[in-house]
Write a protein that binds this ligand. Structure first.
Ligand code: ATP
Ligand code: MG
Length: 267
């Protein structure tokens, strides 16, 4: 392919959202948690999501990461619908085998790190490569070491999770997600379970990732991080996105009463 043809092929992809959800819906036991969520993120953007407890933020991320089926709406990753397909005029959920493949392109970092306690850090990072992607042990170890270096933990590779601080465990969890080379990283309150003095090291790793151009959605209570690193900040409440704006406007000049009220509790 000539260079200009390659550019022409890539051109539309630059403008298209990496992740685009439309009218996403979810109810538990008849209770609507996501009423109708519309959300998109483009390459290299960092979107921070704030909102009160129980408003559905984690649910939104779990649906985007294909960890749970939605009740309605669509999720598109790089322009392609994921999680569901149209079959005889109806929307049906994909079988687990296909979901597992699509999930590899979406990294997720949880509040609780969920590392395997019986495996050292490097093995935790390797696991997705060897078991899901079929990468050889040798290559997986090399890639895992690269990722541990990226989160500043190359000298802790052989430590078990119980031998690592919470901040270090969370950085291993970030490396584990990154090593699969996802198109987008979703973070669900990644620092909420940490002692205050360990929060900074995890936020630093995330800030470096953002500076390297990673596309990130971050559910967080860290207002300072959101205002410094995010390209846009959203308030999520009552199963919908209430307000979405650049950090300066969001924090200093919000439009919606609901956002003003929320921020008055946070500041
Ligand atoms: N698996 C589930 N089964 C039943 N109800 C659920 C389930 N997961 C979440 N919910 C309910 O959905 C609502 C939204 O929960 P979710 O965890 O998404 O909120 P959140 O905004 O992430 O809250 P927090 O800030 O406390 O993490 C809550 O009322 C919760 O009880
Ligand atoms: Mg949550």
């Amino acid at each position: 392919m000539t260079q200009s043809a390659a550019v022409a092929q890539e051109a539309p992809a630059v403008n298209q959202p990496i992740l685009h959800v439309e009218n996403l819906q979810k109810a538990y036991h008849g209770q609507e948690v996501l009423k109708s969520v519309d959300f998109e993120i483009r390459k290299g953007q960092v979107k921070a999501v704030l909102g009160p407890s129980g408003s559905g933020k984690s649910t939104m991320l779990r649906l985007m990461a294909l960890l749970e089926p939605s009740d309605g709406g669509s999720i598109k990753l790089r322009g392609e619908t994921i999680g569901t397909k149209e079959h005889r005029g109806r929307t049906v959920h994909l079988p687990e085998r296909l979901l597992a493949r699509q999930r590899q392109d979406i990294g997720m970092v949880f509040q609780k790190f969920n590392l395997f306690p019986h495996l050292p850090a490097v093995r935790n990072v390797m696991l997705g490569l060897t078991s899901v992607k079929g990468v050889s042990h040798h290559e997986a170890r090399e890639l895992a070491m690269e990722m541990l270096q990226r989160v500043g933990l190359e000298n802790r590779a052989e430590h078990y999770p119980s031998e690592l601080s919470g901040g270090q465990q969370q950085r291993v969890a970030i490396a584990r997600a990154l090593v699969l080379n996802p198109s987008v990283m979703l973070f669900d309150e990644p620092t909420s379970a940490l002692d205050p003095e360990l929060v900074g090291e995890v936020l630093d790793v995330m800030e470096n990732l953002a500076a390297d151009g990673m596309t990130m959605i971050v559910v967080t209570h860290e207002v300072r991080f959101a205002s410094r690193v995010a390209s846009e900040v959203s308030l999520f409440d009552g199963g919908v996105i209430v307000e979405q704006a650049a950090p300066d406007q969001f924090f200093n000049n919000p439009k919606h009463e609901r956002t003003k009220r929320f921020l008055s509790h946070v500041h």
